[in-house]
Write a protein that binds this ligand. Sequence first.
Ligand SMILES: [Ca+2]
Length: 549
Amino acid sequence: MDQPKSRFDARSSPTFVHAYPFVVSNRTHWGSWPGAGMPLVLVLLAALSAGAPAGAVERPNVVILLADDLGWADVGYRDGEIETPQIDRLAAEGVVLDRFYSEPICSPTRAALMTGQDPMKLGMAYDQVHPWYNAGLSPDAYTIAEAFRDAGYQTGMVGKWHLGHTQAHQLPGAHGFEHFHGHLQTNTDYYTHERESGHDLQENGNPVDLAGEYLTHIQAREAVRFIEDRDPKKPFFLYVPFTAPHSPMQAPEDTIAQYGHLPKKNFRREYAAMVHEMDGAIGAILGALDRQGVADDTLVLFFSDNGGSNGFGGVNTPLRGQKGQSFEGGIRVPAALRFPGRVAAGSRYEELVSVMDVFPTLATAAGVPTRPGAPMDGVDMWPAIGRGEKPPERGPVFFASEIPIPGLIHLAVIDGRFKLVQVVREGQTETRVTSLLFDLEEDPYERSDLAAEQPETVARLAALIRSWRSQHPMAGLRGTLVAHPGWVAPHDWAEAVTPSRLLQPRWENELPFPKALMDATAERGILVDEAERRKLEQAEAAQNALQKP
Ligand SMILES: [Ca+2]
């Protein structure tokens, strides 16, 4: 397999500020979204006249469009209150992935999407990466962007990262993206582009000042720019994680006015306007693919990173629950995949697909090799989705969230038709666990709790959850609401990143603690790091051997 060497090794680069070799930056000539308002007939003509020259692109392009907190009911193709003609177009021209599961919150979904791994193992299952955290993707993580880059793709990302922001090796440039335009935090203000009053908009490590311009518009323009200014001789991989419709609840006034008929409560009008703007941005990106004549050579995957948040306008009916919960409304999300000629237009795929499956599935769909031995928990669903074969055997799929209330943990496992939801309430002196059992085949909306009728199934699935949770690294993320005392935010998030040259690449914990402490922690049933424990056991055995007379 042809694997051209990448133009640069981002990980070994000292500063992660890269030149973008195939883009000429010139913002001033951009008007509003190119293509967004273009009449369909013009788009079609442009597509015909541009028609991909034979053999120009042998491997398909890939575009991943990720919504943030979009509700199950809030897409037009599901007859929601909000019209989403562009998302509907993807659904009509592709396959609706009807049982697509994300994680219940932002960062875990992104970690799973990037690595194909279970976020529990990465220590990023319970909580998001808050501004005051020092955590992020490990330098050892192998990402979908690296796989595509190593196969000769141009890789770009526009939008919200949310997988670490303090050390250079946590950033998109270190994880396979040759180009990054976006923000590192969540909840970044749509107009000032600030989080914790620190400026949070950058291009490849350099702050970008576009204050006053609506973030979703910027993301549309930058994604289109990436597509139009690319080297047409190479395929591209573009990841566009929109900030919308996540809070803060901000949108252009005239767009909000279009939704005056919706309830004022729970920011429903603002939310609708934010979805509207995101849909327009998706239209701009699809329009760019059309005008470039590459729509037929491009796989487009759209989904939401978790369910809608009811307090911030999202509606997930008829699914139960919302963002942050392990009920279906928190994890089963709108999703559609368009790949002309490979998946039937207007079709529906009804087996379970996890966000962990995206990496192996898209790699197969595009014919991109993945590194042998890459530790993936997702399964390759392409034979099933793209070729109509039987879906692969898969083990149980797990979910967790400690958002929004630290110490209130939502857990779930889906094993075949059964799903166990556990709600754990950690108190000062006691922990209470509520278990609910559902038969998703009979009861997809989780209305009848079967836990009392089937205690053996509850016990079996609870044991699976226990064992799954024990994979969480000892110092993995746990829920917090605010920064620890004494933490202060930087003026500019792009400038506050520690460059790799200031870090020790082979650093290890210097102060091991006794095995008894590790065992006592394990007694709590969580936060056990098996690798660390084995290391300590070996160290103790060696120490004991030395002390023998
Ligand atoms: Ca989210």
